[in-house]
Every structure is written in C-alpha cells, then in structure tokens.
Design a protein around this ligand. Structure first.
Ligand SMILES: Cc1cc2nc3c(=O)[nH]c(=O)nc-3n(C[C@H](O)[C@H](O)[C@H](O)COP(=O)(O)O)c2cc1C
Length: 163
C-alpha cells in the first residue's frame, strides 16, 4: 500500500468505516491499555478547517472521511508507538477494503485549533489522522516504478552484527 492524497467525493459507506474502526479497536497494546479515541469526521467544512489549521495535512480537505486518532496524553514515548501501530492498522484495513488512504501529522501549532474544532478535552494528544476515500484516477496512478520507492533491502539489513 502507499499514500494516496487525491480522493473522489463519493462517501465511504458506514459499514466500511465500522470495519476499519473494528480493526483499530483490536490493536494490541502493552498491558492492554487502549489509550485512544477515534473521531470520525465526514463534514467537509470540518475536514477543510483541519487542513487549514495544518496545511501539511492538506489531503484531508478532499477526503470523504478522516479518522483522527486522539491519544489519552500519557507517556509520550509509549503513546507515540501505540499511535503509530493503530494508525498503520487503519491504513492497512482501509487498503484491504478497497479504499485509498493517507496518513498525516497535525503540526503542533495547529493542534489546539483541531482540538477545539473536534471538542477534544485539554490534555489529550491530537496529532495523527488518516484521510480516507476512493481515489481519483490521478491519485490511483503510481508515483514511482514498482519496487523503487524504498531503499533496497541490502542497504538496510545486517545479519548477526551491525558492522
Ligand atoms: C508519522 C508520519 C507522519 C506523516 N505525516 C504526513 C503529513 O503530515 N502529510 C502527508 O502528506 N504525508 C505524511 N506522511 C506520509 C509519508 O510522507 C509517506 O508515507 C511516505 O512519503 C512514503 O510514501 P508512501 O506512503 O506512498 O509509500 C506521514 C507518514 C508518517 C509515518
């Protein structure tokens, strides 16, 4: 799977969103703490306002829906790992269900505005979101030749010792 940042306006059926959220719900976490709340946003005005607060997540403005992963706000190191894990499961579930998706990190300067928009209480962490939708033709087109968008394995794997 790869990031797709250009979506058709077609809505994502509620059953598909629920399936994705079920996959997110089952994400494993040390001690089975489940330090997240998923805010599903479908209102184009809210999606646009999120993008305005953090232009690096501009793809959310054109998404059919976004899942904003609100973390409880505990130990940042551990919760950052959890946040990444649950985000990746959302991305993979979306792909498996035939959707295009793109992850985004709301910049710290934009986070208070996004928290306000979504009514997130003080102390929670608003950072990761996933834009979802059906891809436009342009969005569906590969940006690089298959197999070339990552460093080769030989460059990043060592056996037995690093050096
Ligand atoms: C923690 C994290 C934050 C990211 N933040 C953004 C973002 O704010 N905006 C965006 O367009 N892409 C964002 N990305 C997507 C990456 O740019 C993208 O995954 C990477 O370029 C590889 O491309 P691919 O997913 O198409 O293979 C983020 C990815 C990660 C893992």
């Amino acid at each position: 799977m790869r990031s797709v940042r250009s979506f058709r306006p077609d809505p994502v059926p509620n059953e598909i969103l629920t399936e994705i959220l079920e996959v997110a719900r089952w994400t494993g976490r040390g001690s089975n703490r489940q330090p997240w709340t998923f805010v599903v946003v479908r209102d184009p005005a809210t999606l646009g306002a999120i993008a305005a607060a953090s232009p690096n997540v501009g793809h959310v403005a054109g998404a059919a829906a976004a899942i904003v992963i609100v973390m409880d706000g505990g130990l940042p190191q551990i919760e950052t790992f959890d946040e990444g894990r649950v985000a990746k499961r959302i991305l993979i579930a979306a792909t498996a269900l035939g959707l295009a998706s793109a992850i985004g990190w709301v910049v710290p300067a934009g986070a208070p505005a996004v928290a306000e928009l979504l009514g997130v209480p003080e102390g929670r962490r608003v950072r990761t979101l996933v834009s979802l939708g059906y891809p436009t033709e342009e969005g569906a087109r590969p940006k690089s030749a298959p197999g070339t968008a990552r460093r080769p394995l030989a460059d990043m794997v060592r056996f037995e010792r690093f050096g």
